[in-house]
Ligand binder design. Structure first.
Ligand code: C5P
Length: 221
């Protein structure tokens, strides 16, 4: 069974997907982490995120590994032999990830990697284009959203916990800019699949959303 969860930045996709995966004993695959890993590596190499050729060649010649981690973050992220799980979770990496994700060549390479990962069996995959492009035949498609105020407030709490300093205003701006870039790109933009179920998480608890999604999966499976 394949479950696709898409939606804008900060809608709670990864939090919800991790919990659904744990309950169903599915493999959780965070595709945003792959774009973040590439953004991080591009910066380490001194490449400009807008340089499609350089960034896509870097991806071709290296290896991103997503590793299951039942203790901590549910998924550890590796660039070759380096564990970069924590490094990729900064506001700067969010922005750079959304720039490298706009390159058609990068998306084509990621598509192959992500489809190969989905072959692992029962998976729940989250991102922006899972229901529309990566797994168009997914058994369950969810489009998760929430008001921008709520998404920024949640992101603020998350970052504060990690000791990253920022403000609500800065995050609202950052999220709006990223959503705009993700929705307006030519290849595989952020969009609700026609057969996806819209779930608005504004004002609702994580438990409520997880239960709703489990219910949807039960009806399907
Ligand atoms: O989900 P997350 O915030 O980690 O994603 C970071 C960025 O990666 C997004 O803003 C988006 O530009 C890109 N992305 C994408 N397609 C996906 C997952 C993420 O374009 N399937």
């Amino acid at each position: 069974m394949k479950i696709a969860i898409d939606g804008p930045a900060g809608a709670g996709k990864s939090t919800v997907a991790k919990q659904v995966a744990a309950k169903l004993r599915f493999v959780y695959i965070d595709t945003g982490a792959m774009y973040r890993a590439l953004a991080w590596a591009s910066q380490q190499e001194g490449l400009a995120a807008i340089d499609e050729h350089a960034v896509s060649t870097l991806l071709e010649k290296n290896r991103i590994k997503l590793q299951r981690d039942d203790q901590g973050d549910a998924q550890r992220v590796w660039w070759n032999e380096e564990d970069i799980t924590a490094e990729i979770r900064t506001p700067q990496m969010s922005q750079l990830a959304s720039i490298v994700a706009g390159h058609p060549r990068v998306r084509a390479l990621m598509l192959d990697l992500q489809r190969a990962l989905a072959e692992e069996g029962n998976v729940i995959m989250d991102g922006r284009d899972i229901g529309t492009h990566v797994l168009p035949d997914a058994d369950v498609k969810i489009f998760l959203t929430a008001s921008i105020e709520e998404r920024a407030t949640r992101r603020l709490a998350e970052l504060q916990q990690k000791g990253v300093e920022t403000s609500l205003e800065a995050l609202m701006e950052e999220i709006a800019e990223r959503d705009k870039r993700d929705s307006e790109r030519e290849v595989a933009p952020l969009k609700q699949a026609e057969d996806a179920i819209l779930v608005d998480t504004t004002g609702r608890s994580i438990e409520q959303i997880v239960d709703q999604i489990l219910h949807i999966c039960q009806k399907t499976g």
